[in-house]
Design a protein around this ligand. Sequence first.
Ligand code: GDP
Length: 262
Amino acid sequence: MGFFKQLKEAWLASVTFDKLDDEFYDQLEEALILADMGVESATDAVAKLRKKVKERLLTRADEVKDALRAILAEKLEVGDAALNLSTTPSIVLFIGVNGVGKTTSIGKLAAQLKAEGKKVLLCAGDTFPGSVLFDALQAAKARGVDVVLCDTAGRLHNKQNLMNELAKLRKIIARECPDSVCETLLVLDATTGQNGLVQARTFKETAGLTGIILTKLDGTAKGGIVVAIAQELQVPVKFVGVGEGINDLKPFDAKEFTADLF
Ligand code: GDP
């Protein structure tokens, strides 16, 4: 995923891995925090790196980079990053506040799935009427649709309200398509940085999140937010949005991401 190379310069280019003294670790920690990784994740990553370097007697810059890559990848691997579409139909709910890129991501994903030969149905449930979802599921069953992509309301005025609405949607799914797998993807805008984490926390409590789509990574040099979000939610980042084009939604791969960073 060559895309992440763009993040590298702004993120870690200032850190040299040649001299493993306190100054190096301080610099590294600062770079990770500046990249929006969050203080806790950054501190923890640096502490783990110190330990690894000491235990394994690492000295060469490439060894230290590899060790750091592995530490970051581990932070990102908090579950299966692949979308589970194992049933017909499979259902994917998209949640997130207005403007984060839900509709755009749905369009991009629909195009990808279609290109793979799947039959896709879009459900505009963005004002949360359960009846729209009900109709969509009826149509999906009648037409032999593979994947139902369902937009939901972006409104997050009230956590209780959101939870109630999601519970309603899940109930309809359980009734109409009891054997279907249902992914619930939280869409977050990477450019909102640590503010995105505040949103993430609120949504975390709605439970049942199975994945994250992190959009607008092309608009930020602060790629560390990917790590902060995975750590905070303990839910895997499944896709990243890297532009406004139809092909600009990429499956997220922790190993590729960390490989590109330095
Ligand atoms: P929604 O309200 O959550 O459905 O958000 P939209 O899908 O309408 O997106 C809001 C804006 O963000 C639109 O102008 C999109 O083109 C833009 N957008 C979405 N994803 C990305 C992305 O990955 N990169 C960039 N640069 N813009 C994006």
